[in-house]
Each structure stands twice: as C-alpha cells, then as structure tokens.
Design a binder for this molecule. Structure first.
Ligand code: NDP
Length: 303
C-alpha cells in the first residue's frame, strides 16, 4: 500500500493500493510529508510546499495543480527517480480568455471608455479602433494555453504563429522567432518560467517589435525583463502591454508600471474560474493514481 498525502477529502475514486493521508492545513501537509510515497501538494504559500517536498524523502510521485513549477528549487525538480505532474491545461481556457479580453481592451480603448463612464461623460471618439481581424500574433509557447489561444483567436480572424522548444514540431524554434518580431501585432508569452525562458523578452526583443505591437504576458513575470519593458512603454516604442503576471508579485505600490497608461495589469487573476480548478485537479489526480498503480504514463507529466 502506497501512502499518499492528499489535499482535503476528494470525491474521486482512488485505487485500493493507495492509502490516502488527508490534510487541510499547510502544517498538516508538512507533518505528513516524511511518510509519503505520493504527495499531492497544493498551497497558496509556496514555502510549506517546498518544505514538504524536501521532507518527503521517499516520494516517488509529486503532484500539484499549479502549472508553473518555477517556485520549486532545481535540485528538487530534478531529484532522481521523482515523477512530477502539474496543472498544465487545468486553467488554460480561463487564462486564454483573459488574454483575449486584454487584447480586445487595448484594441478598442476600453479602459478610456470605462474611465469616461466613471466621470459620466459621453465620449465622441474611441480611444482604440483596431480590429483583431487580420492581425497576427506570435505565440511564445504552444502548450495548453497557446493552443487554447490559437483556437479562440482563430475565431477573431487572428493569424497565430507558434513557437516551441524545437523547430522540428513545425513551429518556430527557440532561436527563430526573434528575427520575425516586427511581423506581429501581438506578442504573447505563454511559456513556463525556466532558465531558458527567463528574460527571453528583453530590450533587444522589445526594440524589434513594431511601434503599435502589444506584448501580452500571461506566463510568468520573469519571462519579460521588467526594466526594459518599463523603458519601452515609457518611450512608447511599443503599442502597450497586457500583463497578467509581473515580477515581483504583488507589484510594489511605487512600481513605475502602475502609472503607465499603456500598461494593463490584471494581477495574476486570469486562472480564476467558476469551474473549480480543484475539482478538475482532483479528477486528474485520481485518474493519474490509477495509471501510476498500473505502471502507465501519467497525464501532465513535467519534463
Ligand atoms: P505547457 O507545458 O502545456 O506548454 C508550454 C509551452 O512552452 C510548450 O509549447 C513548450 O514547448 C513551450 N516552451 C517551453 N520552453 C520554451 C522555450 N525555451 N522556447 C520556446 N518555447 C518553449 O504549459 P501551459 O500552456 O499550460 O502553461 C504555460 C505557462 O503559463 C505555465 O508554465 C505557467 O507558468 C503559466 N501559467 C500562468 C497562469 C496564470 O494564472 N497567468 C495559469 C497557468 C499557467 P514544447 O511544445 O516544445 O514543449
């Protein structure tokens, strides 16, 4: 029997070979960690999660509903023999919808319309008159979020060009997209935060973008060089930025991004949805638990 630390009571059906050890609080999770062969670790606060993973020396499978695993130190991510599954895909539609909302907001100048309504003022002009239709988007990352975005944006008539880790996939490879930046109206970051992607959009890339082009970051703040972005927005070298994520988070009160009228900040809210992420995560955990016991490949395995 494999002891498995599991977040709260879940409805799903776990295999008999698994003995669930339920936790509700971060303290309970950390206390149970040394006993675990399997751990479903999920907490708002990442420190207890890291402590639990360190203490769980016999851990064979680590599961979390979080998609971006950049908060886990590299030595734990690469621990020999440890299988990791994450939340890739669980919130991809909610996140993609948020990106589309941001793009429409900027294209149509909706922020100015809302501000005018707040002042009870009837606008006689639109601050944004761009149509998405006929525009082009570079999708940096073509995983669950990138693919959801391509589907949605296709409906708006936006041509999407994907970027992946290998050009062999038919997408642009990690060294091929930079030279093409000037071709795009939208540059959308949907990659994980890794040593390879940290700062992948820096001063050079921002200077290569068109003057009307908009940067959308729904990935992680550190994928974009924040200082270079502040400069590009201040000097109006690009058309604007829609940032669900920033570095650091929360953004300090006196950070220059807050005051830039061409920066749209959505405070890492994009994954929230009326469809409970927890239910989807629990379903995936139970399905994966059956696969794990049968020795089959797991869904959303992190490599
Ligand atoms: P996936 O793992 O499904 O997809 C990641 C994509 O990024 C893949 O296409 C991968 O390439 C590509 N990629 C990775 N490294 C590079 C690189 N160096 N150069 C080019 N492409 C690269 O992840 P998701 O789509 O589910 O999520 C992406 C990220 O979004 C998450 O890691 C997380 O950080 C963030 N996220 C943010 C949320 C929010 O609330 N704002 C919510 C959920 C996720 P390949 O196809 O070749 O593997």
């Amino acid at each position: 029997v494999l002891p498995a630390i599991c977040r709260s009571q879940i409805e799903g059906n776990l295999p008999e070979a698994i003995e669930p050890l339920w936790y509700d609080t971060p303290e309970q999770m950390v206390d149970l960690a040394p006993r675990a062969d399997i751990g479903w670790f999920d907490q708002q606060d990442k420190q207890p999660m890291i402590a639990a993973i360190r203490l769980a020396r016999d851990l064979k499978w680590l599961n979390t509903a979080i998609a971006g695993l950049d908060f886990i130190p590299e030595d734990l991510l690469r621990r020999d023999g440890l299988i990791i599954t994450n939340g890739a895909g669980i919130s991809s539609f909610a996140v993609a919808e948020f990106a589309v909302m941001g793009m429409l907001n900027i294209a149509k100048g909706y922020r100015q319309i809302v501000q005018a309504q707040d002042r009870h003022e009837w606008l006689h002009y639109a601050a944004g008159t761009r149509e998405l239709s006929g525009s082009r988007a570079l999708l940096l990352g073509y995983g669950a979020i990138g693919k959801a975005l391509e589907r949605m944006l296709g409906g708006f008539g936006v041509e999407c060009v994907p970027v992946r880790r290998s050009a062999a996939s038919g997408a642009l490879g990690p060294d091929e997209w930079q030279a093409r930046l000037s071709e795009f109206d939208w540059v959308i970051a949907a990659v994980p935060s890794t040593p390879e992607t940290a700062g992948m959009i820096g001063d050079k890339e921002l200077r290569a973008m068109g003057s009307e082009a908009v940067l959308v970051n729904i990935a992680r703040g550190d994928v974009v060089d924040q200082a270079a972005l502040v400069d590009a927005l201040t000097e109006k070298r690009i058309g604007g930025a829609f940032l669900d994520v920033t570095s650091p988070e929360p953004l300090p009160e006196d950070h220059p991004l807050w005051s830039l009228e061409n920066a749209h900040i959505s405070m890492h809210l994009s994954a929230l949805s009326q469809n409970s992420m927890f239910d989807r995560a629990a379903q995936r955990f139970c399905d994966n638990a059956h696969r794990f016991c049968a020795g089959d490949d797991l869904v959303a395995r992190y490599d």
